[in-house]
Structures are given as structure tokens and as C-alpha cells.
Design a protein around this ligand. Structure first.
Ligand code: NAD
Length: 329
């Protein structure tokens, strides 16, 4: 027998693809072993959602190509941080898959601020470059903020430039940071399948970084949620999470959010990603207990990570189109 949520899904009509896909995600053999009456969180399957997003991006890349436009992304990788190398390889591969032309410039850790500024300026002026991405973190000696500020905001596909953050804060988002934008896309897909919306809900965002927490809180505010931002100095984190209908965990602390904190029926997105000593990955949420209380939960791996890269592809195409005043149907 299937868990109750799956039976509910079967009774639904419309948007069949997503309903079927979500149903498959929720009825794993392990779930069924634990007892048929149990209701588990719907898995927010980032891999599947990212594949759908990339497919749409590919179509839009083709639309631009028919107009003689090749979308171009330029990536700078400074130093030899192994994690950054993996991320950049993933981004370049994703570009190939959707038909975006990527240029990767590797530079030594000894690169100076002036040299990196010169490279950014070169790409700012290059009409073949639609998106500029400087992989973070930067080696010591290079001032990160100054580099971000140097990127032409219309090519700022990471969405970290103060101009783009300002547009988001004023409710007129243009290029939005990929991870929070990817999370919003996940919430949208879930909402379409289940008739759910962040509007009117209480949302808690753990983390206030420029890259994740802060833009996330602005996106949720723009989507009419009532948002509380928690950070390293927030007292009674458990109490704040317990009030929330939507929890976005981006504190960078392994399994910080316990299942017992979560309001039954909340939608929980786990942005954190951590490698344990045994090589396995986990997030900021204690997955095994959270899935017993949440209505929907993103896994780690296979949740927000793939969405971030797919959203980067989306931003590249949007940047190419916006610069030329093109809108997609
Ligand atoms: P960060 O270190 O820049 O920021 C962490 C934020 O969490 C800070 O604002 C800090 O005040 C807050 N914080 C720290 N401890 C806290 C606590 N106990 N309670 C509440 N808030 C607390 O990190 P980041 O770049 O924002 O990333 C956060 C996490 O998301 C990390 O695990 C990172 O690896 C992950 N991440 C994943 C992706 C992805 O694509 N999956 C992308 C970006 C970041």
C-alpha cells in the first residue's frame, strides 16, 4: 500500500508530469517498509526539476541562435582550490549541454587584484560575452567585493552585484543569485503540483549571506511571504523554525535543523552541503527526522545543488536576451 500522500496525488488531475514524478519520489521501498499509514515528505527532487529547467533553457538558446546570437559565458578560476575546480567543471559541462559557449580562464593563486580587474574589464567590453562569473572564494590578497562591483551588472549572472541586489530589494529583480533563484523555482514547481503558494505564509531563512540568505529572504518577501531572517546571533533558533510554514536552511552548519523543530506540514528546503568524514554528503537539516514532519523536503545531494547550476544557465540566457531587449514567449 502506498503512503497517504501518494493516494491524494493519484486523485489529482492536471499537471500530470509533476504529480507522477513527485509520487515516484515519495514512494521509495524504504518508506513502504516502515508502514503504510505513515506520511512522508514529498521529495523536492532537484535533479529532475533541474533537468526540466535546462531543457527550457536549451530551447531558449536555440531561439537566440536562430536570430544569430550565441550565448557566451566567461568563467575565471583563480588558484587551485579543489572544490572550486569541481564547481567550475560542472558549470562548463552544463554550458555544453544547453549550447552555451563557455570560456574558462584559469589563473594562478598569485594573480593580483589589478590583473583580475583587467580580465573583468576585457570581458565587460567583449560583445560575445553575455555572462561573467568569477568563481568564489578568491585567494587572499584579492578583494572580493571590488571584483564583484567591477562586473558589468548586465553580465552579472551570479547576481551578486549591488545593482542587481538593489533591483531585487526594490521588487524589480533582473539577474538574481542562482541558488536562491533555484530554490524559488523548486517552490514554484511544488506549488503548481500541490496548489501551494508562499503568499501569506510564515517563512524562516537561516543565513543572511549576500549569496544565499539575503537574496532568498528578498525573493520570499517579493512572493508575499512574511519572512524572518535568522543568523549566527539569533536566539532560540528552534522557536523561530517551529513557527515557520516555509524553512530555508542556509546556515552552513551540518544537520543544524532537527526534525522536532519543524512545524508539521512545513515546506523545507535544505541549501547546506557538507561532506562528512566518511565521504557522504549531508545538509543543514536532519533529513531522517525532518521527512517525518515536513510536507516537502529537498534532499542533499540531489536537491538545491543541481538547481543552482541550472539557474546559472537560465541567468546566462536571460542576460543575453535582456542586453538585446529580447523577451521569450
Ligand atoms: P556563509 O558562511 O556565507 O553564510 C552562512 C550564514 O549562516 C551567515 O549569514 C551566518 O550568520 C548564518 N549562520 C551561521 N550559523 C548559524 C546558526 N547557527 N543559525 C542561523 N544562522 C547561522 O554561507 P553561504 O554561502 O550562505 O552558504 C550556506 C550553506 O549553503 C553552506 O553550507 C554552503 O555550502 C551551502 N551552499 C550550497 C549551494 C548549493 O548550490 N547547494 C550554493 C551556495 C551555498
Amino acid at each position: 500500500m502506498l503512503p497517504t500522500r501518494s493516494l491524494t496525488l493519484r486523485a489529482c488531475s492536471g499537471r500530470c508530469f509533476w504529480l507522477l514524478f513527485l509520487e515516484t519520489a515519495v514512494t521509495t521501498p524504504a518508506d513502504m517498509d516502515l508502514g503504510a499509514a505513515r506520511v512522508f515528505a514529498v521529495t523536492l527532487d532537484g535533479k529532475a526539476m533541474a533537468a526540466m529547467l535546462r531543457a527550457q533553457v536549451k530551447k531558449d538558446v536555440d531561439v537566440l541562435r536562430q536570430q544569430g546570437i550565441t550565448v557566451g559565458l566567461a568563467v575565471a578560476l583563480i588558484g587551485d582550490d579543489p572544490a572550486s575546480q569541481v564547481y567550475v567543471r560542472g558549470k562548463v559541462k552544463a554550458c555544453q549541454e544547453v549550447g552555451i559557449e563557455s570560456t574558462m580562464q584559469g589563473l594562478p593563486a598569485t594573480t593580483t587584484q589589478a590583473e583580475l580587474v583587467a580580465l573583468v574589464d576585457l570581458w565587460n567590453a567583449d560583445p560575445a560575452v553575455d555572462g561573467i562569473l568569477v568563481q568564489l572564494p578568491l585567494p587572499k590578497g584579492i578583494e572580493q567585493r571590488a571584483i564583484i562591483d567591477r562586473i558589468d551588472p548586465s553580465k552579472d549572472v551570479d547576481g551578486f552585484h549591488p545593482f542587481n541586489l538593489g533591483l531585487l530589494a526594490s521588487g524589480r529583480p533582473r539577474l538574481v543569485a542562482c541558488t536562491p533563484a533555484g530554490v524559488m523555482h523548486m517552490l514554484k514547481v511544488y506549488g503548481q503540483a500541490y496548489g501551494w503558494t508562499p503568499a501569506g505564509k510564515r517563512a524562516v531563512v537561516l543565513g543572511r549571506s549576500i549569496t544565499v540568505g539575503r537574496p532568498m529572504s528578498l525573493l520570499l518577501t517579493n512572493a508575499d511571504a512574511t519572512v524572518t531572517v535568522c543568523h549566527s546571533r539569533t536566539p532560540d533558533l528552534a522557536g523561530r523554525v517551529a513557527e515557520a510554514d516555509v524553512v530555508i536552511a542556509a546556515a552552513g552548519s551540518p544537520q543544524l535543523v532537527k526534525g522536532a523543530w519543524i512545524k508539521p506540514g512545513a515546506v523545507v528546503v535544505d541549501v547546506g552541503i557538507h561532506r562528512s568524514a566518511d565521504g557522504s554528503l549531508c545538509g543543514d537539516v536532519e533529513y531522517s527526522t525532518a521527512r517525518l514532519r515536513a510536507a516537502a523536503l529537498s534532499p542533499v545531494p540531489g536537491g538545491v545543488g543541481p538547481m543552482t547550476i541550472a539557474q546559472l544557465m537560465r541567468n546566462c540566457v536571460d542576460a543575453a536576451a535582456q542586453r538585446r531587449g529580447i523577451t521569450f514567449a
